[in-house]
Design a protein around this ligand. Structure first.
Ligand code: NAD
Length: 237
């Protein structure tokens, strides 16, 4: 089971949150990513999300996403649990993925409850000058991403805990593991007798308990792992 964070997508040109060049160096999360902020001023929250939606939809999956999809194809990876909202695992070909922080795949109207897929939300963002209005009731849509003061989608986080408890190895890629409850997942794997490997630039909360820690580029490390499997295939042919 792989557990990925914002660092798996930086090589696709999407900034992470907590590095010095990350998103929160520029935007205060309490003003842009909470339900309180959204209720107070949804148009302001969309001034943060509208450019983010176009950045995320323009981005392409990178070597790290491709390598995880390849590990799944080879039967070595059961599922990807991701904190990312960018849909890049799916676009790279991963089939079993769990999006514990939601995604930009859809948005919902808090007024009437109507849901809209991304392909319909993008023109609504454009038409609304940055803030998409609900075509049925005129309310401002909320992206189906989990804000800081919201609960995680129960089916997603339950499945993530189940996967973590059954994993023989949890491969953490590109996450500082500072956000709970996701940060607990590698500990669940360890408690159940599994192992943990970390591929991350910079420290993570689980480094001292990980069986392997590789401090490097997610794309380079995972691509090298797949290349070494391919070399084994060639040798055994
Ligand atoms: P984080 O910013 O806390 O941690 C990212 C980690 O990845 C950092 O330690 C960083 O040094 C490392 N890193 C950056 N680029 C890397 C690379 N190329 N190779 C290896 N490591 C690299 O992010 P997080 O742990 O995911 O937690 C924060 C929250 O950020 C999550 O809730 C997630 O929903 C959200 N987020 C998502 C996206 C996205 O969808 N792409 C982008 C930004 C933030």
């Amino acid at each position: 089971v792989a557990l990925t964070g914002a660092g798996v997508s930086t090589e696709s040109g999407i900034p992470d949150f907590r590095s010095p060049t990350g998103m929160w160096a520029e935007f205060d999360p309490l003003e842009y990513a909470t339900m309180g902020a959204f209720r107070r001023d949804p148009a302001k929250v969309w001034r943060f999300y509208a450019p983010r939606f176009s950045m995320l939809t323009d981005a392409e999956p990178n070597a790290a996403h491709a390598a995880l999809a390849e590990l799944e194809r080879r039967g070595l990876l059961r599922a990807v649990v991701t904190q990312n909202i960018d849909l890049l695992h799916e676009r790279a070909g991963s089939r079993d993925f769990v999006e514990v922080h939601g995604s930009i795949r859809s948005s919902t109207c808090p007024g009437c409850g109507a849901g809209y897929p991304l392909a319909e939300v993008l023109p609504l963002i454009e038409a609304g000058g940055g803030a998409p209005s609900c075509p049925s009731c005129g309310g401002i849509l909320k992206p189906d991403v989990v804000f800081f003061d919201e609960l995680l989608p129960p089916e997603a986080i339950d499945r993530a805990y189940e996967l973590a408890s059954e994993a023989r190895l949890m491969l953490v890629v590109g996450s500082s593991l500072e956000v709970w409850p996701v940060a607990e997942l590698p500990l669940v794997t360890l408690r159940a007798g599994g192992k943990v490997a970390v591929v991350n630039r910079g420290p993570t909360a689980v480094d001292d308990r990980a069986h392997v820690k590789l401090d490097g580029s997610a794309g380079e490390v995972l691509q090298a792992a797949v290349a070494s499997l391919e070399a084994d295939d060639d040798r055994s042919r």
